[in-house]
Design a binder for this molecule. Structure first.
Ligand SMILES: *[C@@H]1O[C@H](CO)[C@@H](O)[C@H](O)[C@H]1NC(C)=O
Ligand SMILES: *[C@@H]1O[C@H](CO)[C@@H](O)[C@H](O)[C@H]1NC(C)=O
Length: 449
């Protein structure tokens, strides 16, 4: 090599190194966050629930106090909206509606608690994309906290608690005495610009947080707790919603931690509203069901989901993309990376065999389409079965790419091998070695990240 050449090479190496260091700095300095999707609004007008006769003794019903406070916010519309302060104490009440341009602020030690008197819980219409209640035909019970057609709502504070006291509802489910579908703890419907942060959600009767037909929803720094045995207590279910960002949260419940949905069979196909641009990051949790899930109700389609930096401990299924015959809908552009899991039955499951149908009128020819899935950098230990991917004969799953995955069994027992059918895509650096379908269909279309 000529001296000039050596010199150029050195200069090139130095530049590369500098760029690498710079890139590394940029990556660590700017961890991506949800902020910016919905700007935090500071509200000058502040009222306290105690101004309206609220009593935080855990016994007094505060239905009237909340009703009047929210009426005041709605009808005396102050510029920039109003903050409703909930001081420390336990405020019992029935289900209630929020209004636009409000902040519900729970002080440290503030608890808003649902009454256990289920008899006078109001019934509301089923969601059009479900056609009926999710678990019982007909209407459904109104969510404990409901927001409908709202803009600019913030639920935040100093990690106060919203407690659904779901035990009475779980018992009705177990005894099969439920007449209608159980209430969610918090639902926003047809709403936009919502922030939910620094709140603890506890013992939801059914799903915990359900944004449906919404856009621009940020959920961060929340804790969601329900016993592993509590039925259907999903953590967060973005449903036919777009631009939903979930981060820095801890979820431990009796069902899926996060499940992205978009309506149920013929009703969801007709309503045709997808979930798009869903981000889930820095989530920690455990559950007997799934950690990161898409489905099983995906009839309006689910596009552009990014889940990263997920830590799962003691789970049924780590990553679960699920749908069914009759669902229709397209699930595509799903990227899941940097997942760590331990004590898991199944690491990764992608299948079209999950969930029941709303009625006999579902179309058995409405086959789901599932494609463009990237799962990379996944580590696991004590994983009983690494993975299973079962497409449909008449609608195989395509472009399913797995890379840099290592899912180990326990020290005493190797885990069960991968199982696949009707799937194509590729696999690079996957241990245990994935099924032949993925290896055979090649990795050319699956670039390494
Ligand atoms: C809640 O809001 C909905 C929709 O605006 C309305 O139909 C319902 O009557 C309200 N319920 C209560 C309990 O205020
Ligand atoms: C509330 O909880 C979050 C998430 O666990 C935590 O990051 C935050 O520091 C807590 N905030 C307060 C005021 O305690």
């Amino acid at each position: 090599m000529s001296p000039r050449c050596v010199c150029q090479t050195l200069a090139y190496l130095t530049l590369s190194l500098a760029l690498a260091v710079l890139n590394c700095h940029l990556a660590t300095a700017e961890a991506a966050t949800c902020s910016g999707i919905v700007p935090m609004v500071y509200r000058n007008d502040k009222i306290s629930i105690t101004d309206f006769g609220g009593v935080g003794d855990g016994k007094t019903m505060n239905t009237k106090a909340f009703g009047e406070a929210i009426y005041r916010i709605k009808h005396l519309r102050r510029r920039g909206g109003t903050l409703l302060y909930i001081p420390p104490g336990v405020y019992l009440r029935q289900s209630f509606n929020l209004t636009s341009h409000m902040t519900l602020y729970l002080a440290s030690g503030a608890v808003i608690k649902a009454t256990q008197n289920t008899a006078d819980w109001p019934l509301i219409d089923p969601l059009p994309s479900y056609g009926r209640g999710r678990e019982r035909p007909g209407g459904r019970y109104m969510s404990f906290i409901q927001g409908e057609g709202l803009r600019d709502v913030i639920i935040t504070g100093e990690n106060g608690t919203i407690d659904g006291q779901g035990g009475v509802w779980w018992d009705m489910w177990r005894r099969r005495t439920l007449q209608f579908t159980r209430p969610n703890l918090l639902e926003f419907k047809d709403s936009r610009r919502i922030i939910i942060s620094n709140v603890i959600f506890k013992n939801s009767p059914f799903w915990n947080i359900h944004p449906v037909y919404c856009s621009k929803v940020v959920i961060r720094h929340v804790t969601i707790l329900a016993p592993p045995s509590s039925p259907n207590t999903d953590g967060i279910d973005p449903d036919s919603s777009s631009h939903v960002c979930i981060e820095d949260s801890y979820i431990s419940t009796g069902d899926d931690l996060v499940a992205v949905k978009s309506g149920w069979d013929e009703y969801g196909i007709k309503y045709n509203r997808p979930s798009t641009d869903i981000t889930i990051r820095r989530l920690v949790g455990s559950s007997p069901f799934a950690g990161i899930a898409v489905g099983s109700e995906t009839s309006g389609g689910v596009y552009n989901v990014l889940a990263e930096h997920i830590t799962l401990n003691t789970m049924g299924v780590g990553i679960h993309l699920k749908t069914n015959i009759g669902r229709g809908g397209i699930i595509k552009n799903i990227t899941i990376s940097n997942v760590y899991m331990a004590n898991v039955h199944k690491g990764i499951k992608i299948a079209a065999d999950v969930g029941d149908h709303p009625d006999e009128n579902y179309n058995p020819n409405a086959l789901p389409v599932l494609k463009h899935v990237r799962i990379h950098n996944v580590r696991g230990k004590k994983v009983q079965q690494a993975g299973l991917i079962h497409g449909l004969k008449n609608s195989p799953f395509t472009d399913i790419c797995l890379s840099d995955i290592n899912l180990r069994g326990s020290t005493r027992r190797r885990n069960a091998p991968w199982q696949c059918s009707y799937v194509s895509g590729g696999a690079i650096l996957v241990r245990p070695s994935p099924c032949a379908d993925l290896i055979r269909s090649g990795s050319g279309s699956c670039p390494i990240h």
